[in-house]
Write a protein that binds this ligand. Structure first.
Ligand code: FUB
Ligand code: ZN
Length: 628
Protein backbone atom coordinates (compact mmCIF):
# COMPACT_ATOMS: atom_id res chain seq x y z
CA UNK A 1 0.00 0.00 0.00
CA UNK A 2 1.42 3.37 -1.05
CA UNK A 3 1.11 5.71 1.92
CA UNK A 4 2.37 8.78 0.10
CA UNK A 5 -1.03 9.93 -1.14
CA UNK A 6 -0.37 8.76 -4.66
CA UNK A 7 2.39 9.07 -7.22
CA UNK A 8 2.07 8.55 -10.97
CA UNK A 9 5.46 6.82 -11.29
CA UNK A 10 7.02 4.63 -8.61
CA UNK A 11 10.23 3.04 -9.89
CA UNK A 12 11.66 0.20 -7.82
CA UNK A 13 15.11 1.76 -8.28
CA UNK A 14 15.81 5.38 -9.09
CA UNK A 15 18.17 8.23 -8.38
CA UNK A 16 15.26 10.32 -7.12
CA UNK A 17 12.46 9.04 -4.90
CA UNK A 18 9.26 10.72 -6.07
CA UNK A 19 6.87 12.19 -3.52
CA UNK A 20 3.16 11.56 -3.38
CA UNK A 21 0.28 14.00 -3.22
CA UNK A 22 0.14 13.50 0.55
CA UNK A 23 3.79 14.53 0.88
CA UNK A 24 3.85 17.45 -1.52
CA UNK A 25 0.88 19.79 -1.65
CA UNK A 26 0.51 22.86 -3.84
CA UNK A 27 -1.37 25.37 -1.71
CA UNK A 28 -1.60 28.52 -3.83
CA UNK A 29 -0.45 30.46 -6.83
CA UNK A 30 -0.37 29.74 -10.54
CA UNK A 31 -0.88 25.98 -10.40
CA UNK A 32 -3.31 25.92 -7.49
CA UNK A 33 -5.54 28.20 -9.57
CA UNK A 34 -5.45 25.76 -12.44
CA UNK A 35 -5.99 22.76 -10.20
CA UNK A 36 -9.04 24.50 -8.76
CA UNK A 37 -10.34 25.21 -12.24
CA UNK A 38 -9.97 21.59 -13.22
CA UNK A 39 -11.65 20.40 -10.05
CA UNK A 40 -14.55 22.83 -10.34
CA UNK A 41 -15.11 22.98 -14.10
CA UNK A 42 -12.98 20.86 -16.41
CA UNK A 43 -13.74 17.42 -15.03
CA UNK A 44 -17.48 18.09 -15.07
CA UNK A 45 -17.19 19.56 -18.54
CA UNK A 46 -15.41 16.43 -19.78
CA UNK A 47 -18.02 14.19 -18.18
CA UNK A 48 -20.91 16.18 -19.67
CA UNK A 49 -19.47 15.94 -23.18
CA UNK A 50 -18.62 12.28 -22.86
CA UNK A 51 -22.18 11.58 -21.71
CA UNK A 52 -23.69 13.78 -24.41
CA UNK A 53 -21.69 12.13 -27.18
CA UNK A 54 -22.38 8.65 -25.88
CA UNK A 55 -18.77 7.80 -25.03
CA UNK A 56 -19.71 6.73 -21.51
CA UNK A 57 -22.90 5.20 -22.89
CA UNK A 58 -20.76 2.91 -25.06
CA UNK A 59 -19.84 0.99 -21.92
CA UNK A 60 -23.49 0.64 -20.96
CA UNK A 61 -24.40 -0.57 -24.44
CA UNK A 62 -21.43 -2.95 -24.51
CA UNK A 63 -22.56 -4.39 -21.18
CA UNK A 64 -25.96 -5.01 -22.71
CA UNK A 65 -24.31 -6.73 -25.66
CA UNK A 66 -25.68 -4.04 -27.93
CA UNK A 67 -22.71 -1.92 -28.88
CA UNK A 68 -22.56 -2.88 -32.51
CA UNK A 69 -23.30 -0.99 -35.71
CA UNK A 70 -24.58 2.55 -35.44
CA UNK A 71 -25.07 2.27 -31.68
CA UNK A 72 -21.41 2.69 -30.91
CA UNK A 73 -20.48 6.37 -30.69
CA UNK A 74 -17.27 8.28 -31.13
CA UNK A 75 -13.88 7.38 -32.46
CA UNK A 76 -12.27 4.00 -31.83
CA UNK A 77 -10.25 5.48 -28.94
CA UNK A 78 -13.10 7.17 -27.06
CA UNK A 79 -12.91 4.56 -24.26
CA UNK A 80 -9.50 5.99 -23.42
CA UNK A 81 -11.01 9.42 -22.78
CA UNK A 82 -13.29 7.97 -20.14
CA UNK A 83 -10.28 6.23 -18.55
CA UNK A 84 -8.19 9.40 -18.61
CA UNK A 85 -11.07 11.30 -17.07
CA UNK A 86 -11.31 8.72 -14.28
CA UNK A 87 -7.56 9.02 -13.82
CA UNK A 88 -7.80 12.82 -13.59
CA UNK A 89 -10.73 12.51 -11.15
CA UNK A 90 -8.68 10.12 -9.05
CA UNK A 91 -5.74 12.51 -8.78
CA UNK A 92 -8.10 15.36 -8.04
CA UNK A 93 -9.89 13.31 -5.42
CA UNK A 94 -6.52 12.41 -3.90
CA UNK A 95 -5.57 16.07 -3.83
CA UNK A 96 -8.87 17.30 -2.47
CA UNK A 97 -11.26 14.55 -1.35
CA UNK A 98 -14.87 15.07 -2.37
CA UNK A 99 -17.80 12.76 -1.69
CA UNK A 100 -19.46 13.69 -4.98
CA UNK A 101 -16.35 12.94 -6.99
CA UNK A 102 -15.91 9.71 -5.11
CA UNK A 103 -19.43 8.65 -6.04
CA UNK A 104 -18.75 9.55 -9.65
CA UNK A 105 -15.57 7.48 -9.79
CA UNK A 106 -17.42 4.52 -8.28
CA UNK A 107 -20.24 4.94 -10.79
CA UNK A 108 -17.86 5.11 -13.76
CA UNK A 109 -15.89 2.15 -12.44
CA UNK A 110 -19.09 0.12 -12.30
CA UNK A 111 -19.95 1.16 -15.84
CA UNK A 112 -16.56 0.10 -17.15
CA UNK A 113 -16.52 -3.15 -15.18
CA UNK A 114 -19.90 -4.18 -16.55
CA UNK A 115 -18.63 -3.85 -20.12
CA UNK A 116 -15.69 -6.19 -19.57
CA UNK A 117 -15.95 -9.56 -21.25
CA UNK A 118 -15.62 -12.71 -19.19
CA UNK A 119 -12.07 -13.29 -20.42
CA UNK A 120 -10.97 -9.77 -19.47
CA UNK A 121 -11.16 -8.22 -22.94
CA UNK A 122 -12.38 -4.64 -22.77
CA UNK A 123 -13.06 -2.33 -25.69
CA UNK A 124 -16.41 -1.00 -26.82
CA UNK A 125 -15.65 -0.84 -30.56
CA UNK A 126 -14.52 -4.39 -31.23
CA UNK A 127 -15.66 -7.90 -30.59
CA UNK A 128 -19.31 -7.14 -29.83
CA UNK A 129 -22.34 -8.09 -31.91
CA UNK A 130 -22.09 -6.44 -35.33
CA UNK A 131 -18.60 -5.15 -34.62
CA UNK A 132 -15.26 -5.95 -36.20
CA UNK A 133 -13.42 -8.85 -34.61
CA UNK A 134 -11.05 -8.24 -31.75
CA UNK A 135 -7.57 -7.24 -32.89
CA UNK A 136 -8.60 -7.14 -36.54
CA UNK A 137 -7.17 -3.62 -36.96
CA UNK A 138 -4.14 -3.28 -34.75
CA UNK A 139 -2.85 -0.25 -36.65
CA UNK A 140 -5.85 1.95 -35.97
CA UNK A 141 -8.11 0.08 -33.58
CA UNK A 142 -6.48 1.46 -30.38
CA UNK A 143 -7.55 -1.61 -28.40
CA UNK A 144 -4.30 -1.95 -26.47
CA UNK A 145 -3.89 1.82 -26.28
CA UNK A 146 -7.20 2.03 -24.46
CA UNK A 147 -6.22 -0.73 -22.07
CA UNK A 148 -3.01 1.17 -21.34
CA UNK A 149 -5.03 4.18 -20.23
CA UNK A 150 -7.31 1.92 -18.18
CA UNK A 151 -4.26 0.58 -16.35
CA UNK A 152 -2.97 4.08 -15.61
CA UNK A 153 -6.38 5.11 -14.32
CA UNK A 154 -6.53 2.05 -12.08
CA UNK A 155 -3.06 2.75 -10.73
CA UNK A 156 -4.04 6.35 -9.95
CA UNK A 157 -7.27 5.26 -8.31
CA UNK A 158 -5.59 2.61 -6.17
CA UNK A 159 -2.72 4.83 -5.09
CA UNK A 160 -4.94 7.77 -4.20
CA UNK A 161 -7.76 5.91 -2.46
CA UNK A 162 -6.82 2.32 -1.72
CA UNK A 163 -10.00 1.28 -3.51
CA UNK A 164 -9.15 -1.64 -5.80
CA UNK A 165 -12.34 -2.11 -7.81
CA UNK A 166 -10.90 -0.47 -10.93
CA UNK A 167 -7.65 -2.29 -10.30
CA UNK A 168 -9.57 -5.56 -10.51
CA UNK A 169 -10.87 -4.57 -13.94
CA UNK A 170 -7.37 -3.49 -14.98
CA UNK A 171 -5.77 -6.72 -13.85
CA UNK A 172 -8.29 -8.81 -15.74
CA UNK A 173 -7.71 -6.69 -18.86
CA UNK A 174 -3.93 -6.92 -18.46
CA UNK A 175 -4.12 -10.69 -17.92
CA UNK A 176 -6.11 -10.95 -21.12
CA UNK A 177 -3.49 -8.87 -22.97
CA UNK A 178 -0.71 -11.08 -21.62
CA UNK A 179 -2.54 -14.20 -22.76
CA UNK A 180 -3.45 -12.81 -26.18
CA UNK A 181 -0.07 -11.17 -26.96
CA UNK A 182 2.33 -13.14 -24.79
CA UNK A 183 5.14 -15.36 -26.09
CA UNK A 184 2.58 -17.90 -27.35
CA UNK A 185 0.07 -15.35 -28.56
CA UNK A 186 -0.22 -12.87 -31.41
CA UNK A 187 3.25 -11.54 -32.25
CA UNK A 188 2.00 -8.01 -32.81
CA UNK A 189 1.94 -4.48 -31.43
CA UNK A 190 -0.72 -1.78 -31.19
CA UNK A 191 -0.54 1.13 -33.63
CA UNK A 192 -0.62 3.55 -30.70
CA UNK A 193 1.84 2.84 -27.90
CA UNK A 194 0.53 3.32 -24.35
CA UNK A 195 -0.02 -0.27 -23.22
CA UNK A 196 3.71 -0.45 -22.39
CA UNK A 197 3.70 2.42 -19.92
CA UNK A 198 0.43 1.16 -18.42
CA UNK A 199 1.70 -2.40 -17.96
CA UNK A 200 4.99 -1.24 -16.45
CA UNK A 201 3.27 0.84 -13.78
CA UNK A 202 0.75 -1.93 -13.11
CA UNK A 203 3.69 -4.26 -12.55
CA UNK A 204 5.15 -1.76 -10.10
CA UNK A 205 1.88 -1.49 -8.24
CA UNK A 206 1.07 -5.18 -8.09
CA UNK A 207 4.53 -6.70 -8.09
CA UNK A 208 3.46 -8.94 -10.99
CA UNK A 209 6.51 -9.62 -13.14
CA UNK A 210 4.43 -10.85 -16.07
CA UNK A 211 3.07 -7.37 -16.74
CA UNK A 212 6.59 -6.00 -16.98
CA UNK A 213 7.64 -8.94 -19.18
CA UNK A 214 4.74 -8.20 -21.52
CA UNK A 215 5.68 -4.54 -21.73
CA UNK A 216 9.26 -5.54 -22.56
CA UNK A 217 7.99 -7.98 -25.20
CA UNK A 218 5.92 -5.25 -26.88
CA UNK A 219 9.03 -3.06 -26.97
CA UNK A 220 11.14 -5.79 -28.54
CA UNK A 221 8.48 -6.42 -31.16
CA UNK A 222 8.18 -2.79 -32.22
CA UNK A 223 10.38 -1.44 -34.94
CA UNK A 224 10.22 -4.46 -37.24
CA UNK A 225 7.47 -3.14 -39.51
CA UNK A 226 4.93 -5.67 -38.34
CA UNK A 227 2.15 -3.10 -38.76
CA UNK A 228 0.94 -2.96 -42.37
CA UNK A 229 2.50 -0.32 -44.64
CA UNK A 230 0.79 3.06 -44.52
CA UNK A 231 1.08 6.37 -46.36
CA UNK A 232 2.52 7.96 -43.21
CA UNK A 233 5.25 5.34 -43.15
CA UNK A 234 6.23 2.94 -40.39
CA UNK A 235 7.88 5.79 -38.52
CA UNK A 236 4.41 7.15 -37.77
CA UNK A 237 3.98 4.16 -35.43
CA UNK A 238 7.65 4.16 -34.30
CA UNK A 239 7.67 0.81 -36.08
CA UNK A 240 10.43 1.66 -38.55
CA UNK A 241 13.43 0.93 -36.32
CA UNK A 242 14.03 -1.18 -33.23
CA UNK A 243 13.94 1.14 -30.26
CA UNK A 244 17.62 0.55 -29.46
CA UNK A 245 18.70 1.55 -32.94
CA UNK A 246 16.89 4.89 -33.16
CA UNK A 247 18.71 8.10 -32.37
CA UNK A 248 15.79 10.54 -32.18
CA UNK A 249 12.01 10.52 -31.77
CA UNK A 250 10.11 10.56 -35.01
CA UNK A 251 6.68 9.96 -36.44
CA UNK A 252 3.48 10.69 -34.53
CA UNK A 253 4.64 12.73 -31.55
CA UNK A 254 2.31 11.38 -28.87
CA UNK A 255 2.88 7.79 -29.98
CA UNK A 256 6.66 8.21 -29.90
CA UNK A 257 6.61 9.91 -26.50
CA UNK A 258 4.30 7.40 -24.80
CA UNK A 259 6.48 4.63 -26.19
CA UNK A 260 9.58 6.29 -24.79
CA UNK A 261 7.96 6.70 -21.37
CA UNK A 262 7.10 2.99 -21.29
CA UNK A 263 10.56 2.03 -22.52
CA UNK A 264 12.22 4.06 -19.75
CA UNK A 265 10.08 2.25 -17.20
CA UNK A 266 11.09 -1.12 -18.62
CA UNK A 267 14.76 -0.12 -18.79
CA UNK A 268 14.66 1.01 -15.16
CA UNK A 269 12.85 -2.06 -13.87
CA UNK A 270 15.05 -4.51 -15.78
CA UNK A 271 18.29 -2.73 -14.89
CA UNK A 272 18.98 -2.14 -18.56
CA UNK A 273 21.20 0.93 -18.29
CA UNK A 274 22.26 0.66 -21.90
CA UNK A 275 18.64 1.07 -23.02
CA UNK A 276 18.12 3.87 -20.53
CA UNK A 277 21.11 5.70 -21.98
CA UNK A 278 19.81 5.25 -25.51
CA UNK A 279 16.40 6.61 -24.56
CA UNK A 280 17.88 9.59 -22.74
CA UNK A 281 20.02 10.35 -25.80
CA UNK A 282 16.97 10.09 -28.09
CA UNK A 283 15.02 12.51 -25.94
CA UNK A 284 17.97 14.87 -25.57
CA UNK A 285 18.41 15.01 -29.32
CA UNK A 286 14.68 15.54 -29.75
CA UNK A 287 14.92 18.50 -27.37
CA UNK A 288 17.93 19.81 -29.26
CA UNK A 289 16.53 19.56 -32.77
CA UNK A 290 12.78 18.92 -32.81
CA UNK A 291 11.25 20.98 -30.04
CA UNK A 292 9.66 24.41 -30.12
CA UNK A 293 10.66 27.19 -27.75
CA UNK A 294 7.48 26.46 -25.79
CA UNK A 295 8.52 22.85 -25.28
CA UNK A 296 5.87 21.88 -27.84
CA UNK A 297 6.57 18.89 -30.05
CA UNK A 298 5.26 18.00 -33.49
CA UNK A 299 5.51 20.25 -36.52
CA UNK A 300 3.55 18.30 -39.12
CA UNK A 301 -0.21 18.58 -39.18
CA UNK A 302 -0.98 15.78 -41.62
CA UNK A 303 0.31 13.05 -39.38
CA UNK A 304 0.64 14.98 -36.08
CA UNK A 305 4.30 14.16 -36.31
CA UNK A 306 7.79 15.35 -35.58
CA UNK A 307 9.45 17.03 -38.53
CA UNK A 308 13.06 16.39 -39.47
CA UNK A 309 15.74 18.12 -37.41
CA UNK A 310 15.15 21.88 -37.24
CA UNK A 311 11.84 21.71 -39.09
CA UNK A 312 10.12 23.96 -36.56
CA UNK A 313 7.99 26.47 -38.46
CA UNK A 314 6.16 28.76 -36.05
CA UNK A 315 3.04 29.09 -38.20
CA UNK A 316 2.73 25.33 -38.64
CA UNK A 317 3.60 24.31 -35.11
CA UNK A 318 1.30 21.50 -34.15
CA UNK A 319 2.60 21.05 -30.61
CA UNK A 320 -0.41 19.02 -29.55
CA UNK A 321 -1.28 19.46 -25.90
CA UNK A 322 -1.08 15.67 -25.48
CA UNK A 323 2.49 15.73 -26.79
CA UNK A 324 3.29 18.22 -24.02
CA UNK A 325 1.78 15.89 -21.43
CA UNK A 326 3.60 12.89 -22.91
CA UNK A 327 6.93 14.77 -23.03
CA UNK A 328 6.43 15.64 -19.36
CA UNK A 329 5.95 11.93 -18.66
CA UNK A 330 9.25 11.21 -20.41
CA UNK A 331 11.15 14.05 -18.74
CA UNK A 332 9.88 13.07 -15.29
CA UNK A 333 10.93 9.45 -15.76
CA UNK A 334 14.39 10.55 -16.91
CA UNK A 335 14.69 12.91 -13.95
CA UNK A 336 13.79 10.11 -11.56
CA UNK A 337 16.17 7.67 -13.24
CA UNK A 338 19.16 9.97 -13.66
CA UNK A 339 18.68 12.67 -11.03
CA UNK A 340 19.54 15.27 -13.68
CA UNK A 341 17.59 18.44 -12.77
CA UNK A 342 17.72 19.76 -16.33
CA UNK A 343 14.76 17.46 -17.04
CA UNK A 344 12.85 19.56 -14.52
CA UNK A 345 13.73 22.58 -16.69
CA UNK A 346 12.07 20.76 -19.58
CA UNK A 347 8.98 20.04 -17.51
CA UNK A 348 8.79 23.66 -16.41
CA UNK A 349 8.98 24.89 -19.99
CA UNK A 350 6.22 22.53 -21.09
CA UNK A 351 3.80 23.06 -18.24
CA UNK A 352 3.95 26.87 -18.37
CA UNK A 353 3.92 27.16 -22.14
CA UNK A 354 1.94 24.20 -23.47
CA UNK A 355 -0.22 22.81 -20.67
CA UNK A 356 -1.15 26.20 -19.17
CA UNK A 357 -1.75 27.64 -22.62
CA UNK A 358 -4.18 25.00 -23.71
CA UNK A 359 -6.86 25.36 -21.04
CA UNK A 360 -9.30 28.28 -21.38
CA UNK A 361 -10.01 30.59 -18.45
CA UNK A 362 -13.42 28.98 -18.09
CA UNK A 363 -11.88 25.53 -17.71
CA UNK A 364 -14.32 24.43 -20.39
CA UNK A 365 -12.34 25.06 -23.55
CA UNK A 366 -8.91 24.12 -24.78
CA UNK A 367 -6.41 24.19 -27.59
CA UNK A 368 -5.66 20.89 -29.24
CA UNK A 369 -2.73 22.27 -31.27
CA UNK A 370 -0.62 25.09 -29.87
CA UNK A 371 0.65 27.27 -32.68
CA UNK A 372 3.43 29.82 -32.19
CA UNK A 373 2.14 32.10 -34.91
CA UNK A 374 -1.51 32.85 -35.61
CA UNK A 375 -1.63 34.70 -38.94
CA UNK A 376 -5.38 35.00 -39.36
CA UNK A 377 -7.49 36.12 -36.42
CA UNK A 378 -8.77 33.38 -34.18
CA UNK A 379 -12.53 33.08 -34.13
CA UNK A 380 -14.99 32.16 -31.45
CA UNK A 381 -16.73 28.81 -31.74
CA UNK A 382 -20.06 27.95 -30.12
CA UNK A 383 -19.54 26.23 -26.80
CA UNK A 384 -22.12 23.56 -27.57
CA UNK A 385 -20.56 22.55 -30.88
CA UNK A 386 -18.06 19.76 -31.40
CA UNK A 387 -15.18 20.85 -33.65
CA UNK A 388 -14.39 18.36 -36.37
CA UNK A 389 -11.04 19.88 -37.27
CA UNK A 390 -8.60 19.55 -34.44
CA UNK A 391 -5.28 20.45 -36.01
CA UNK A 392 -5.41 24.13 -35.18
CA UNK A 393 -7.84 26.94 -34.61
CA UNK A 394 -9.30 28.40 -31.45
CA UNK A 395 -9.81 27.03 -28.01
CA UNK A 396 -12.96 25.00 -28.31
CA UNK A 397 -15.27 23.33 -25.86
CA UNK A 398 -14.86 20.02 -27.61
CA UNK A 399 -13.17 18.42 -30.59
CA UNK A 400 -14.15 15.24 -32.33
CA UNK A 401 -10.77 14.08 -31.06
CA UNK A 402 -10.64 15.40 -27.52
CA UNK A 403 -7.68 13.53 -26.12
CA UNK A 404 -6.03 16.69 -24.79
CA UNK A 405 -8.57 17.83 -22.21
CA UNK A 406 -8.48 14.80 -19.95
CA UNK A 407 -4.75 14.52 -20.54
CA UNK A 408 -3.95 18.02 -19.31
CA UNK A 409 -6.39 17.44 -16.45
CA UNK A 410 -4.67 14.31 -15.20
CA UNK A 411 -1.28 16.00 -15.32
CA UNK A 412 -2.42 19.22 -13.65
CA UNK A 413 -4.34 17.43 -10.91
CA UNK A 414 -1.28 15.32 -10.08
CA UNK A 415 1.25 18.15 -10.41
CA UNK A 416 2.04 18.18 -6.69
CA UNK A 417 3.87 14.91 -7.27
CA UNK A 418 6.24 16.58 -9.77
CA UNK A 419 7.36 19.38 -7.44
CA UNK A 420 9.99 17.67 -5.31
CA UNK A 421 11.94 14.48 -4.73
CA UNK A 422 14.39 12.85 -2.34
CA UNK A 423 17.93 11.96 -3.35
CA UNK A 424 19.71 10.14 -0.49
CA UNK A 425 19.71 12.69 2.29
CA UNK A 426 18.79 15.62 0.05
CA UNK A 427 15.34 17.05 -0.40
CA UNK A 428 15.19 18.49 -3.90
CA UNK A 429 12.76 21.15 -4.99
CA UNK A 430 12.26 20.92 -8.72
CA UNK A 431 9.31 23.25 -9.34
CA UNK A 432 8.42 26.43 -7.50
CA UNK A 433 4.92 26.76 -6.17
CA UNK A 434 3.51 27.81 -2.83
CA UNK A 435 3.21 24.58 -0.96
CA UNK A 436 3.93 22.24 1.89
CA UNK A 437 6.32 19.33 1.69
CA UNK A 438 6.58 16.72 4.44
CA UNK A 439 8.54 13.59 3.74
CA UNK A 440 11.38 11.36 4.87
CA UNK A 441 14.98 11.18 3.72
CA UNK A 442 16.49 7.85 2.66
CA UNK A 443 17.51 7.13 6.26
CA UNK A 444 13.97 7.67 7.53
CA UNK A 445 14.51 11.14 9.03
CA UNK A 446 11.38 13.26 8.78
CA UNK A 447 11.84 16.62 7.08
CA UNK A 448 9.46 19.34 6.01
CA UNK A 449 9.51 22.69 4.27
CA UNK A 450 6.97 25.30 3.32
CA UNK A 451 7.44 27.17 0.07
CA UNK A 452 6.22 30.72 -0.49
CA UNK A 453 6.51 32.45 -3.84
CA UNK A 454 4.64 34.51 -6.41
CA UNK A 455 6.50 32.73 -9.20
CA UNK A 456 6.50 33.13 -12.15
CA UNK A 457 5.48 36.80 -11.71
CA UNK A 458 8.23 37.21 -9.15
CA UNK A 459 11.51 35.30 -8.91
CA UNK A 460 11.84 35.05 -5.13
CA UNK A 461 11.30 31.61 -3.68
CA UNK A 462 11.29 31.33 0.10
CA UNK A 463 11.77 27.87 1.57
CA UNK A 464 11.17 27.62 5.31
CA UNK A 465 12.10 24.52 7.25
CA UNK A 466 9.11 23.22 9.19
CA UNK A 467 10.48 19.92 10.33
CA UNK A 468 14.02 18.69 10.99
CA UNK A 469 15.09 16.32 13.76
CA UNK A 470 18.79 16.88 13.95
CA UNK A 471 21.90 16.12 11.95
CA UNK A 472 22.91 17.59 8.65
CA UNK A 473 20.97 17.07 5.47
CA UNK A 474 20.78 18.88 2.17
CA UNK A 475 18.06 21.15 0.94
CA UNK A 476 18.53 21.47 -2.80
CA UNK A 477 16.67 23.76 -5.16
CA UNK A 478 16.89 23.60 -8.93
CA UNK A 479 18.20 26.72 -10.62
CA UNK A 480 16.93 26.84 -14.20
CA UNK A 481 19.44 27.02 -17.00
CA UNK A 482 18.08 30.45 -18.03
CA UNK A 483 18.51 31.95 -14.55
CA UNK A 484 21.93 33.53 -15.03
CA UNK A 485 22.82 35.63 -11.99
CA UNK A 486 20.57 33.81 -9.54
CA UNK A 487 21.47 34.41 -5.90
CA UNK A 488 20.51 32.79 -2.62
CA UNK A 489 20.72 33.21 1.14
CA UNK A 490 20.40 30.91 4.14
CA UNK A 491 19.02 32.76 7.16
CA UNK A 492 20.09 36.00 5.48
CA UNK A 493 23.69 34.88 4.82
CA UNK A 494 24.79 34.57 1.18
CA UNK A 495 24.83 31.03 -0.13
CA UNK A 496 27.05 30.01 -3.03
CA UNK A 497 25.35 28.29 -5.95
CA UNK A 498 27.05 25.53 -7.91
CA UNK A 499 24.66 25.63 -10.83
CA UNK A 500 21.90 24.69 -8.39
CA UNK A 501 21.28 25.55 -4.77
CA UNK A 502 22.57 22.88 -2.42
CA UNK A 503 22.57 23.84 1.24
CA UNK A 504 23.96 21.18 3.58
CA UNK A 505 23.16 22.12 7.11
CA UNK A 506 21.88 20.94 10.44
CA UNK A 507 18.56 22.60 9.82
CA UNK A 508 16.26 23.81 12.55
CA UNK A 509 12.63 24.66 12.33
CA UNK A 510 12.29 28.19 10.96
CA UNK A 511 15.54 28.18 8.97
CA UNK A 512 14.92 30.02 5.76
CA UNK A 513 16.42 29.77 2.33
CA UNK A 514 15.72 32.49 -0.21
CA UNK A 515 16.44 31.95 -3.87
CA UNK A 516 16.24 34.94 -6.23
CA UNK A 517 15.77 34.05 -9.87
CA UNK A 518 16.03 36.82 -12.46
CA UNK A 519 12.63 36.54 -14.09
CA UNK A 520 12.89 39.82 -15.99
CA UNK A 521 12.41 39.67 -19.76
CA UNK A 522 15.27 38.52 -21.97
CA UNK A 523 15.81 38.05 -25.67
CA UNK A 524 16.10 34.53 -27.03
CA UNK A 525 17.66 33.83 -30.43
CA UNK A 526 17.07 30.66 -32.44
CA UNK A 527 19.66 28.27 -33.85
CA UNK A 528 20.12 29.49 -37.44
CA UNK A 529 19.41 25.97 -38.68
CA UNK A 530 15.77 26.57 -37.78
CA UNK A 531 15.29 28.29 -41.12
CA UNK A 532 11.70 29.23 -40.47
CA UNK A 533 12.64 31.67 -37.69
CA UNK A 534 16.15 32.67 -38.75
CA UNK A 535 16.76 36.36 -37.98
CA UNK A 536 13.85 36.39 -35.58
CA UNK A 537 13.89 36.95 -31.86
CA UNK A 538 11.61 35.87 -29.06
CA UNK A 539 11.25 37.22 -25.54
CA UNK A 540 11.12 35.07 -22.44
CA UNK A 541 10.59 36.09 -18.85
CA UNK A 542 11.54 33.46 -16.30
CA UNK A 543 9.93 30.24 -17.51
CA UNK A 544 7.42 32.07 -19.65
CA UNK A 545 7.61 32.47 -23.39
CA UNK A 546 6.07 35.82 -24.34
CA UNK A 547 4.23 36.77 -27.49
CA UNK A 548 2.74 39.72 -29.32
CA UNK A 549 -1.00 39.76 -29.89
CA UNK A 550 -3.05 42.09 -32.10
CA UNK A 551 -6.71 42.77 -32.73
CA UNK A 552 -7.94 41.93 -36.24
CA UNK A 553 -8.19 45.63 -37.13
CA UNK A 554 -5.06 46.56 -35.21
CA UNK A 555 -1.37 46.18 -35.90
CA UNK A 556 -0.26 43.78 -38.62
CA UNK A 557 2.21 41.72 -36.60
CA UNK A 558 3.99 40.58 -39.73
CA UNK A 559 5.24 44.15 -40.23
CA UNK A 560 6.95 44.34 -36.82
CA UNK A 561 10.77 44.41 -36.70
CA UNK A 562 12.17 44.21 -33.17
CA UNK A 563 15.22 46.23 -32.14
CA UNK A 564 17.66 44.12 -30.20
CA UNK A 565 20.16 46.91 -29.52
CA UNK A 566 18.24 47.57 -26.33
CA UNK A 567 16.75 44.92 -24.10
CA UNK A 568 13.09 44.23 -23.50
CA UNK A 569 11.75 46.44 -20.71
CA UNK A 570 9.41 45.49 -17.89
CA UNK A 571 7.25 48.15 -16.30
CA UNK A 572 3.86 48.64 -14.75
CA UNK A 573 2.27 48.17 -18.13
CA UNK A 574 3.96 44.81 -18.66
CA UNK A 575 6.81 43.90 -20.99
CA UNK A 576 7.62 46.02 -24.06
CA UNK A 577 10.18 45.83 -26.81
CA UNK A 578 11.37 48.65 -29.04
CA UNK A 579 10.29 47.93 -32.58
CA UNK A 580 10.05 49.36 -36.05
CA UNK A 581 6.93 48.90 -38.10
CA UNK A 582 7.73 48.39 -41.74
CA UNK A 583 5.27 49.46 -44.41
CA UNK A 584 4.52 46.26 -46.27
CA UNK A 585 5.22 46.08 -49.99
CA UNK A 586 2.08 46.24 -52.10
CA UNK A 587 0.58 42.83 -52.80
CA UNK A 588 2.08 41.23 -55.85
CA UNK A 589 4.78 38.72 -56.75
CA UNK A 590 6.54 38.37 -53.40
CA UNK A 591 10.05 37.75 -54.77
CA UNK A 592 12.54 40.13 -56.39
CA UNK A 593 16.24 40.50 -57.11
CA UNK A 594 16.25 43.38 -54.69
CA UNK A 595 13.92 43.82 -51.74
CA UNK A 596 14.94 46.95 -49.84
CA UNK A 597 11.95 46.95 -47.51
CA UNK A 598 9.47 49.74 -46.95
CA UNK A 599 9.79 52.83 -44.75
CA UNK A 600 9.67 52.18 -41.02
CA UNK A 601 8.22 53.97 -38.04
CA UNK A 602 9.25 53.52 -34.42
CA UNK A 603 6.90 51.70 -32.06
CA UNK A 604 6.77 50.22 -28.61
CA UNK A 605 5.43 46.70 -28.78
CA UNK A 606 3.69 45.24 -25.72
CA UNK A 607 4.09 41.52 -25.06
CA UNK A 608 2.14 39.10 -22.93
CA UNK A 609 2.76 35.58 -21.66
CA UNK A 610 2.12 33.10 -24.43
CA UNK A 611 -0.16 31.12 -22.12
CA UNK A 612 -2.46 34.18 -22.01
CA UNK A 613 -2.88 34.50 -25.75
CA UNK A 614 -6.24 34.25 -27.43
CA UNK A 615 -8.22 34.85 -24.25
CA UNK A 616 -9.83 38.17 -25.05
CA UNK A 617 -11.49 37.56 -28.40
CA UNK A 618 -10.21 37.14 -31.95
CA UNK A 619 -6.52 38.05 -32.36
CA UNK A 620 -3.43 37.36 -34.38
CA UNK A 621 -0.31 36.34 -32.49
CA UNK A 622 3.44 35.86 -32.91
CA UNK A 623 6.10 34.38 -30.63
CA UNK A 624 9.02 34.83 -33.03
CA UNK A 625 9.40 38.39 -34.33
CA UNK A 626 11.76 39.45 -37.14
CA UNK A 627 14.68 41.59 -35.98
CA UNK A 628 15.05 45.16 -37.16
O1 FUB B 1 -4.96 8.40 -31.38
C1 FUB B 1 -5.34 8.83 -30.10
C2 FUB B 1 -4.98 10.27 -29.91
O2 FUB B 1 -5.70 11.07 -30.84
C3 FUB B 1 -3.54 10.63 -30.17
O3 FUB B 1 -2.68 10.39 -29.10
C4 FUB B 1 -3.64 12.05 -30.52
O4 FUB B 1 -2.50 12.55 -31.17
C5 FUB B 1 -4.87 12.08 -31.39
O5 FUB B 1 -4.55 11.74 -32.69
ZN1 ZN C 1 -4.43 15.36 -27.62
Amino acid sequence: MDLTGGRPVVPSRSAVRPLGLGESRITGGFWADRQRLIGTATLDHGRQWMDKLGWTGNFVRAAQGAAGGVDRRGREFSDSEVYKLVEAMSWESGRLPSADREREIVELTGMVAAAQAGDGYLHTAFGGPGQAARYSDLSWGHELYCVGHLLQAAVARTRTSGDTDLLGVARRAADHVCAAFGPDGLAAVCGHPEIEVGLAELARLTGEQRYLDQAALFLRRRGHRTLPPHQFGSSYFSDDQPIREASVLRGHAVRALYLTAGAIDVAVETGDDELLGILAAQFDRTLATRTYLTGGMGSRHTDEAFGDDFVLPADRSYAETCAGVAATMVAWRLLLATGDPRYADTIERIIYNVVATSLGDDGRSFFYANTLHQRTPTFAVPDDEEQLGFGGGPRAAWFEVSCCLANLSRLTASLGAYVAGVVDDSLWLYQYAPGEIRTTLHDGRAVGVDVATAYPDDGTIVVTVTEADGGPWTLAVRVPEWAKGATATLNGEPLALDGHLRARHTFRKGDEIRLHLPVGPRFTFPDPRIDAVRDCVAVEAGPLVLCAEADPDGLDLDTVRVRTDRGPAAGDGGVHVAAEIEDPAPDGWPYATDRPGGPRSAADLPLLPYHRWGRRGPVTMRVWLPRA
